[in-house]
Design a protein around this ligand. Structure first.
Ligand code: PBE
Length: 577
C-alpha cells in the first residue's frame, strides 16, 4: 500500500516561517531585553576583582550547607580561575541565572493555576511531558530563526527544557497542603488570595523550591547544547573541545561545570533551612545579598544608558561587533581567529555555533537587508541564493585558493582495493559540486541529489571507477561533517561506491573526530580535507596515521563574507569601526 508521506515537516516549516515574520518585532524586543539583562548580570558578576565573587559564593555555600562544603566551593572556584575558565564561568552563571529566573517567573504561576483548575492541569501535564521528551536540540532550530544566533536562543531552549519541574512541584506542593487547613481557613472566611498567599504557598515552599532547584540543574545541563547556537561560556568550551578533540580542555571545562553545579545545587537546596541560620538570620543574609546585587546593577544600568553610541553608523555598531562563525573546530574558524589577530580587530567577537545556525542568521539579516558579517567559503550555494561578496584580505590571513583532498586510513588499499581506487580517482570541479548543493538547497534529499547528478554525469563517474575491482558487499565507512560541500561530495562518492558493489555507511561527525576516526581506522575514508591552509592543524596532527590521496577538487576559497548591500570591501575596514 502506498500512502503518501504526511507533510508534517512542511506544515511545521510553514507555521514557523509565519511566526518568524508575524512576530518579528516581538522577538527582537525579547532578544534585546534578554541580552540587556544578560550583559547587566555579567557586568555585576564581574564587577570588582574575581576573588570577591569567589568569596561571596563560598560564604553562601558555607552558610547554607556548613563550612566544609564552603571550603570545597572555595577550592573549586580557585581551581576554575587557575585553569583559566573564570570568564566562561561568569557567562554560564549568568545564563543559568536568567533561565532560572524566567522559569520561576512563569513556572510558579502556571503551577498555581494547575493546582486551582482541573482543566488547566489536564492540558498542562501532557504538554509538559511532550516538552520534556522532545530532544532539546529540536527547540534550537526555531529558536535561531526567532531570536537569532547567540545566547538568547540558548536561554529560550533551556527555559522550555527546564520549566517542567517548577510547574509540577508547585502544583504538587499546593495539592499536598492538608485539607483540614484549607477548611479551617475557609471557615475563617479568608478570600481565595488570602488562602493562597497565607496558607497554601507558605506550606508548599519547600516542595516548590525543590522544583526550582531541579529546574536550575536542568538549565545548567543545557549549556553545552546551547553553545551549538552560539551561547558563550563553559558549554562553548566543552563543545570546542569536542570539535577539536581536545581531551584535556574538555575535562577542565567539564569539571568547571561540575563545580558550578555543586555550588548552585547546594545553595538552592538548602537556602530554605540554612545550616547557620541561628548565627545569622536568613533575612540578614538575603538583604546583604540583595544589596550586593542591586547596587551595582543600578549603577551599571545607569552607566549603560549614559554611554552614547558614538559609532552607531559604523559597521561595528551595526553588527554588534560580531562576526558570525560556524563550528568552533572548523578550519575556517582557526583562520578567522588568525585574521582577527592579524588585522588587530580585538573589539570584534567571532561567534561560535554551527553552519546551519550561521545560514539561518544570514537568511534573517538578508530578508531585512540588515548588515551582517560571516565566515564563508566557496563552493557554497549561498552565493547563488544571495548576492554576496568576499571582503578583501590584503594580509592573506585566509590563505589563497585551496584544494579538497580525499584521505583514507592506512591499509585500505590492501583491505578494499576497489574502493581505494575509486576514492583515489574521485575528481570533480566546483561547478559539479554546486549542482548537487543547489538541489539540496532546494530541499532535495542529499542521496537523491547525488543519484541525479551521477545519472547525468555517467562519463565522469566512469573515469573514477575505471580499472577498479567491483565490490561484493565489503563495508566502506565514510565520515564527514555537516557542511553542504561535504554532504554533497560524501553522498556522491558514497552512492558511486554503493553502485559499484560496496556497502557504504556514512557517519556525520565533528571536524576533529573526522580526522581522528580515519587516523585510528575506525573510519575508512573522508573526502573533506581542505588543504593546505584550512585543515592544516588536523593534517599536521594526524599525517603519520593517514594516507592522503591528493586533491579531488581544486579552487576553493575561504574568507569573510558580507551581502552586497553592506558597503565595506575589505577586512581592514573593520578596524576602528
Ligand atoms: N568549511 C567547509 C570547512 C571545510 C569545508 C570551510 C566550513 C572548515 O572550515 O573546516
Amino acid at each position: 500500500m502506498d500512502i503518501p508521506k504526511l507533510p508534517l515537516g512542511e506544515w511545521v516549516d510553514a507555521i514557523v516561517d509565519w511566526i518568524t515574520v508575524a512576530f518579528s518585532s516581538v522577538f527582537s524586543f525579547f532578544t534585546d531585553v534578554i541580552n540587556w539583562v544578560l550583559n547587566l548580570i555579567v557586568d555585576v558578576l564581574s564587577a570588582g576583582p574575581s576573588i570577591i565573587l569567589m568569596i561571596i559564593l563560598s560564604l553562601l555555600v558555607a552558610y547554607t550547607s556548613k563550612w566544609p562544603l564552603g571550603l570545597f566551593a572555595w577550592f573549586g572556584l580557585l581551581l576554575i580561575a587557575n585553569l583559566g575558565y573564570w570568564d566562561s564561568t561568569i557567562q554560564t552563571l549568568a545564563i543559568v541565572l536568567i533561565s532560572g529566573f524566567i522559569t520561576v517567573l512563569v513556572g510558579i504561576p502556571v503551577g498555581i493555576w494547575c493546582a486551582q483548575s482541573k482543566s488547566v492541569h489536564r492540558i498542562v501535564t501532557p504538554t509538559l511531558d511532550f516538552m520534556q521528551t522532545m530532544p532539546a536540540f529540536v527547540y534550537l532550530i526555531p529558536s535561531i530563526l526567532f531570536f537569532g544566533i547567540g545566547v538568547v536562543p540558548g536561554i529560550v531552549a533551556s527555559f522550555i527544557f527546564a520549566i517542567a519541574p517548577t510547574i509540577r512541584m508547585t502544583n504538587l506542593g499546593i495539592q499536598e497542603v492538608p485539607n483540614t487547613l484549607i477548611e479551617a481557613s475557609d471557615a475563617f472566611g479568608s478570600t481565595s488570595s488570602q488562602k493562597l498567599f497565607k496558607v497554601q504557598l507558605p506550606l508548599a515552599t519547600s516542595t516548590i523550591l525543590a522544583g526550582v532547584n531541579q529546574s536550575i540543574m536542568l538549565a545548567l545541563s543545557m549549556v553545552v547544547t546551547a553553545s551549538l547556537v552560539g551561547a558563550p561560556g563553559l558549554g562553548a568550551d566543552v563543545y570546542r573541545a569536542v570539535s577539536q578533540i581536545n581531551v584535556g580542555q574538555g575535562f577542565e571545562a567539564g569539571m568547571s561545570i561540575v563545580f558550578i553545579a555543586i555550588i548552585l545545587d547546594r545553595i538552592t537546596q538548602n537556602i530554605r533551612k540554612p545550616a547557620y541560620e541561628r548565627l545569622v538570620s536568613r533575612k540578614v543574609v538575603l538583604s546583604i545579598l540583595a544589596l550586593l546585587i542591586i547596587v551595582p546593577a543600578i549603577f551599571f544600568a545607569i552607566s549603560k544608558e549614559a554611554v552614547p553610541n558614538e559609532h552607531a553608523s559604523g559597521i561595528g555598531a551595526q553588527t554588534g561587533y560580531r562576526i558570525i562563525g560556524i563550528e568552533p573546530g572548523a578550519g575556517t574558524m582557526m583562520l578567522a581567529r588568525n585574521a582577527i589577530a592579524d588585522y588587530d580587530l580585538n573589539n570584534w567577537q567571532l561567534v561560535e555555533g554551527s553552519s546551519a545556525g550561521m545560514l539561518a542568521e544570514l537568511k534573517k539579516a538578508y530578508d531585512k537587508q540588515e548588515p551582517i558579517i560571516l565566515t564563508g567559503w566557496s563552493p557554497h550555494w549561498m552565493f547563488s541564493a544571495y548576492d554576496m561578496k568576499y571582503l578583501d584580505d590584503p594580509l592573506g590571513s585566509f590563505g589563497g585558493a585551496e584544494d579538497i583532498h580525499a584521505i583514507v586510513r592506512k591499509g585500505l588499499q590492501r583491505d578494499v582495493p576497489g574502493a581505494y581506487t575509486i576514492l583515489d580517482q574521485f575528481n570533480w570541479d566546483v561547478n559539479d559540486m554546486e549542482q548537487v548543493m543547489l538541489k539540496m538547497a532546494d530541499g532535495m534529499d542529499a542521496a537523491e541529489a547525488a543519484d541525479e547528478w551521477i545519472a547525468a554525469n555517467a562519463d565522469k563517474v566512469a573515469e573514477w571507477t575505471k580499472g577498479a575491482r567491483k565490490g561484493s558487499g565489503e563495508g566502506v565507512k565514510l565520515v564527514y561533517v555537516a557542511w553542504e560541500t561535504e554532504i554533497a561530495s560524501t553522498n556522491v562518492i558514497g552512492r558511486v561506491l554503493e553502485q559499484y558493489g560496496y556497502k557504504v555507511t556514512m557517519s556525520q561527525v565533528e571536524v576533529g573526530p573526522m580526522f581522528a576516526g580515519v587516523a585510528n581506522s575506525s573510519a575508512d575514508a573522508m573526502v573533506a580535507a581542505w588543504l593546505p591552509s584550512t585543515h592544516i592543524e588536523y593534517y599536521a596532527t594526524y599525517k603519520e596515521d593517514i594516507e592522503d590521496l591528493g586533491p579531488l577538487l581544486r579552487g576553493t576559497k575561504i574568507g569573510l563574507v558580507v551581502p552586497e548591500y553592506v558597503n565595506i570591501n575589505s577586512i581592514e575596514q573593520l578596524k576602528d569601526n
